[in-house]
Ligand binder design. Sequence first.
Ligand code: TYD
Length: 208
Amino acid sequence: MRGKFVTLEGCEGVGKSTQLNMLKNYLETTRQPAVFTREPGGTPEAEAIRKIILDIDLSVSARVEALLFVAARVSHIENLLLPSINEGKLVISDRYIDSSFAYQGFARELGLDYVKEINKYAIENCLPDCTVFIDMDPEFSWRRQKGSVVSGDRMEKESISFHKKVYLGYDAVAKLYPERIIRIVPDIDKTVTHNRIIQALKSKGMIQ
Ligand code: TYD
């Protein structure tokens, strides 16, 4: 039996890591085994590519950046995502294809079609069953991020206008794929946000 593939998406500083930890705790407590992973990353070679992509001292062109994300994704899909999904597991990834749509397609202005095209052969039949988009005002999330980050990476050091474009990208993609992408408007209380995510994933039949 095919497993389930869930992804979490959102701009930097929206509390995605906190929500992933809370989801992990919930699944552990309710005895629902899950594989947690992230992009770029999830395999040794993809983690190595991640270091290049996020290296603050490298200047990487938009197209090279987009293709490096695809290369990392292929490794992730071949070695971790597809084998786990085919074994019937529940897989939860911190970011996936929608990050490429929002960051490279919109913020880097490569366009959605370009990003779709370069991901086509990489992704094949490995599309998420359900994506949680933490829909938070970029201005607010950006301030939170600035206040909490000590050493930024190459994406974090981008301007607020870049991060606003990322948000607009997510918004557009969520409108394009309303069956797959659930918008969760976060509350100031992280437990309220957590409960919203749990209810949404339950209603989509991803978890119990
Ligand atoms: P990370 O530190 O994991 O970000 P966060 O904690 O906000 O999730 O760094 C990953 C960065 O890479 C993040 O800025 C988003 C970006 N990214 C892309 O631009 N395109 C992609 O396809 C993916 C997967 C990530």
